[in-house]
Design a protein around this ligand. Structure first.
Ligand code: SF4
Length: 91
């Protein structure tokens, strides 16, 4: 089974009112932003026309963006509150 198919089996319980990751959308170091865009396995960071956008829905809670960019692009990072976030079905 491909990785995309495995990820498609996972379930998300999105916390619409309390995103577990927030970003500094005024951050303008393109090199650091592009690193984050390439590193997020879920493709949640988008950088188009000089504008960074992020959507916490679909986050795999891998922590890559926290390690790469906490205090720069990533303003805050925490796990979702209990019962929210991703529920892996393949371990
Ligand atoms: Fe992407 Fe992982 Fe950060 Fe979630 S924790 S936004 S999947 S890099």
């Amino acid at each position: 089974m491909s990785l995309d198919n495995k990820l498609g089996l996972d379930r998300f319980n999105i916390d619409q009112h309390n995103p577990h990751i927030t970003i500094n959308d005024g951050y303008d170091n393109k090199e650091k932003i592009n690193l984050l865009v390439m590193a997020c396995p879920a493709g949640l960071y988008q950088y188009e026309n000089g504008k960074l956008s992020f959507n916490h829905e679909g986050c795999l809670e891998c922590g890559t963006c926290r390690v790469l960019s906490k205090g720069r692009v990533v303003k805050s990072w925490s796990y979702p509150v209990g019962g929210k976030g991703i529920e892996f079905t393949q371990g």
